[in-house]
Ligand binder design. Structure first.
Ligand code: FHN
Length: 589
């Protein structure tokens, strides 16, 4: 769902110019200038990544041997956090490494499956928060070489398979290390102590150099940047260190403090920004819920959800990094493989609409989303319409968007009749057939396009947590989701919308709400877990004018999922008219 600036045709000129400018001179507006690299050189270094659209994420480590269970009990939350949520004492956890044996890890199969899924790169957790290293490191014995009886170089095998199949090989590295003496505590936490920062930074730099020297990763994917002892300066120093060591390598923004730093790219997690961003970005999601393998986690996302998620992310200009949590032996859950191969079938059948597209400013469409081909201009070109909800009426409405001239066809080129109806384009689908998960139509236009609806710029940085009306559980006597866009009918105190909120990093969040209210404003209550925030929204002046209100801050200190609920209070016997989006902005505190 895209939100953009005011409802005039200048919106397209402004946004188109912004989008092009952001690409041509893409020194992200928010990035602390971290290196002398020119915009052109940066653009060139990022080109393969921005073209890639889709990558494989792998969470694999000692935690995989436990499958999210400890002493016969399933442990809540992410399986790779079991040392923390299972309250496993360090001295009990560390010896588990001897059980880690990837004897069924078939690197060729992993990478071939990723390729067949349409993925162009992979990123594997070489060291997660537990501190166990998937390679034989010179600076620790808590690694595959010394702590296990396993005697293969699995990272080397994966790197070779990536070269064989033409994928880029990337490495995830956690700044948090619950095993390293500098952070070691009896029970792991979100915020481990730091007893020897200088010594640990030297340790990290030595390990990162090992990974670069041995495997030449195309991406270094950091995580755990939220720890209080890690500063922006530390991150910039590490970024420069790595840029020197491997000038072509791409580094994600979690090398520093993700809320303030956007180079080389932003990393929204379990959340898709509401619109395009002014910097390169990649959203990471997992095929079920836990990143690491969890025996009890059978919450597999449907193929429709996954394909539509990739399309939505790509249409907004981002990459999807989709995670699989292998079993301890290195084989994959069958459901993971099946889902990736089904995504691959769709991607292979629609290559031009997957890899050859860019973001385009259009009013929100209730049927799905839209993107443009890379060579299209504001005046003429080709749009793809990705139809998630096939209209039972047999007529598809492209809402609040008009063109000088436009011809509509199916993806395979069969012309479809279309007529202008007010501010909408109505397409006769009689001769079209829908494709499962998403049907692609082509709109060849000339003479420009014009938006006829307020499109709202949420000023997104990319690390916000976005909860939209269309994804909410709606509970209320007359509460209703309208056109998958907003919730209306707030009449009772019990009325509420709710979600499961995924918190990727602990910290303080500014809470904002996007709404319409022309009845004198309204009190608002937002709860996340046991945290409660009450605020107030002012009138927006009309039944169709949206506004973005700041409600206050919430301290969310538990990585993972939490229940989130929103309700409006009474005001002169009435309530807010329309609720659209709830946004949590990380403050970095
Ligand atoms: O704490 C990690 C988590 O285990 C997982 O690795 C995700 C995926 O990027 N990142 C952090 C926060 O959720």
């Amino acid at each position: 769902m895209k939100h953009y600036l005011k409802s005039t045709n200048s919106v397209l000129k402004t946004a188109f110019a912004m989008t092009m400018a952001a690409w041509l001179f893409s020194c992200p507006l928010h990035a602390v200038e971290a290196s002398a690299e020119s915009d052109e050189a940066f653009q060139e270094r990022m080109q393969w990544f921005t073209d890639a659209q889709f990558g494989l994420f792998i969470h694999y480590g000692v935690y995989s041997t436990l499958g999210g269970e400890w002493k016969g009990e399933s442990v809540p939350r992410y399986a790779e956090w079991i040392q923390r949520w299972g309250k496993i004492p360090a001295e009990e956890y560390y010896p588990l490494a001897k059980d880690f044996s990837p004897d069924k890890l078939d690197a060729d199969l992993w990478v071939r499956t990723a390729k067949e899924a349409g993925m162009k790169y992979m990123v594997i957790t070489t060291k997660h928060h537990e501190g166990f290293c998937l390679w034989d490191s010179e600076v620790t014995e808590y690694d595959l070489g010394e702590a296990t009886d396993f005697d293969r170089d699995i990272l080397g095998e994966l790197k070779a398979a990536c070269e064989k199949y033409g994928l880029k090989f990337g490495t995830y590295y956690s700044i948090i290390d619950w095993h390293h003496p500098s952070q070691r505590v009896e029970l792991a936490t979100n915020q481990p102590p730091m007893y020897d920062k200088e010594g640990y930074v030297m340790y990290m730099k030595a390990q990162l150099k090992e990974l670069i020297d041995r495997y030449d990763p195309a991406i270094m994917w950091f995580d755990g940047d939220w720890v209080k002892w890690w500063t922006m300066e530390d991150g910039l120093d590490l970024y420069e260190y790595l840029r020197e060591l491997s000038p072509d390598m791409i580094i994600n923004n979690r090398v520093a403090k993700r809320a303030q730093f956007k180079k080389d790219y932003g990393t929204p997690e379990n959340s898709t920004p509401g619109g395009a961003l002014d910097h390169v970005w990649e959203a990471c999601w997992t095929v079920n819920h836990s990143w690491g393998y969890k025996r009890s986690d059978t919450t597999w996302k449907s193929i429709d959800v996954l394909i539509q998620k990739q399309i939505d992310i790509n249409a907004k200009g981002g990459n999807l990094l989709l995670n699989v949590g292998p079993y301890a032996d290195g084989s994959w859950p069958e459901a993971s493989t099946d889902l990736l191969l089904q995504m691959g079938d769709w991607n292979a059948a629609h290559e031009e609409a997957v890899y050859g597209t860019e973001f385009v400013v259009t009013p929100e469409q209730s049927f799905g989303t839209m993107a443009k081909t890379k060579i299209s201009t504001e005046d003429k070109g080709e749009l793809f319409a990705y139809v998630f909800d096939w209209p039972e009426t047999g007529t598809l409405k492209i809402e609040n968007l008009s063109f000088g001239e436009v011809e509509v066809s199916t993806f395979d080129g069969r012309m479809l009749p279309s007529t202008v109806a007010g501010n909408n384009l109505e397409i006769d689908l009689t001769k079209a057939t829908s494709t499962s998960s998403a049907t692609v139509l082509r709109l060849n236009y000339s003479g420009g396009m014009k938006a006829h609806e307020q499109v709202i710029d949420l000023g997104l940085e990319g690390d916000e947590l976005i909860l939209e009306a269309g994804n909410a559980k709606v509970e209320g006597r007359r509460l209703v989701l309208v056109n998958k866009k907003y919730v209306s009918g707030w009449v009772d105190a019990e009325d509420k919308v709710s979600w499961t909120l995924n918190i990727p990093a602990p910290g303080k969040y500014l809470v904002k709400v996007l709404y319409v209210n022309d009845i004198g404003g309204s009190p608002v209550t937002v709860t996340v877990g046991d945290q409660v925030l009450t605020g107030k929204v002012e009138p927006t002046g009309s039944k169709s004018k949206y506004a973005l209100a700041e409600l206050g801050h919430l301290q969310l200190d538990t990585v993972g999922t939490a229940d989130c609920l929103l309700s409006f209070g009474m005001h002169r016997g009435k309530r807010a008219l329309n609720f659209k989006t709830l946004i949590f902005v990380p403050t970095g505190d």
